[in-house]
Design a protein around this ligand. Structure first.
Ligand code: SF4
Length: 210
């Protein structure tokens, strides 16, 4: 299966129909544009462009960093071990499929999984256009790169994770990157505490409901 076909299927899973001027049609046009992108060198080594999975009317969007090997192979964000950890957290939060989406700052896999700041800058307009169409009520950043890119004024991720930042529009709730929590028992325990606090945030206990 080509990258374009795979990415379209992942991105369009819950896109529905829509007239040519509708948000769904705008999303499909943007998705096709990203799938064909050759703006940075990462296009030369990717197997698939990894655009999005989830609802087109999400309450919460989870923002990762860049595709890993499994995402590059399938064209779907967060499908490897770290994806299973994220999905377990989403299940714990009780979010229905219509309530969330998952994407990355960078849409193509960096060789060796080394995060590429130049690719991040080149790819950033796609993220901004995706978020402008999705209009989530809360952004959950996953890891240090995601937090820095979305909310540059936030303290480092180990200090920020687990507490909502209500002054950002939309509010930001930082979490550690799920992959990091697979490498350390202490960080896994921190992840579970922070996810529980995210659940309380979503229910309105920690701040205004989102
Ligand atoms: S990482 Fe982004 S900017 Fe670079 S080729 Fe992929 S879609 Fe284009």
């Amino acid at each position: 299966m080509s990258g374009r076909k795979r990415a379209t299927r992942a991105a369009g899973a819950s896109s529905g129909g829509g007239s040519p001027g509708s948000p769904a049609a705008a999303w499909r046009r943007l998705t096709r544009e990203i799938e064909r992108c050759t703006r940075c060198p990462l296009h030369r080594t990717r197997a698939h462009v990894v655009v999005y999975r989830g609802s087109l009317t999400p309450r919460v969007v989870f923002v990762g960093e860049a595709p890993g090997a499994e995402e590059d192979r399938t064209g779907v964000p967060f499908v490897g071990r770290s994806g299973r950890r994220l999905d377990a957290a989403i299940a714990t939060l009780g979010l229905a499929p219509s309530e969330f989406g998952v994407l990355n700052l960078v849409k193509c896999r960096p060789p060796g999984n080394r995060f590429d700041r130049r690719a991040e800058r080149t790819c950033r307009p796609y993220l901004d256009r995706q978020l402008a169409l999705l209009r989530p009520r809360l952004l959950v950043t996953l890891g240090a790169h995601s937090l820095r890119a979305i909310d540059p004024d936030a303290p480092p991720v180990l200090r920020s994770a687990g507490a909502v930042r209500p002054d950002h529009a939309p509010p930001v709730f930082p979490l550690l990157h799920p992959a990091a929590t697979l490498r350390s028992r202490a960080w896994h325990e921190r992840w579970e505490r922070d996810v529980a606090r995210l659940g309380r945030c979503l229910s309105g206990e920690l701040a205004q409901p989102v």
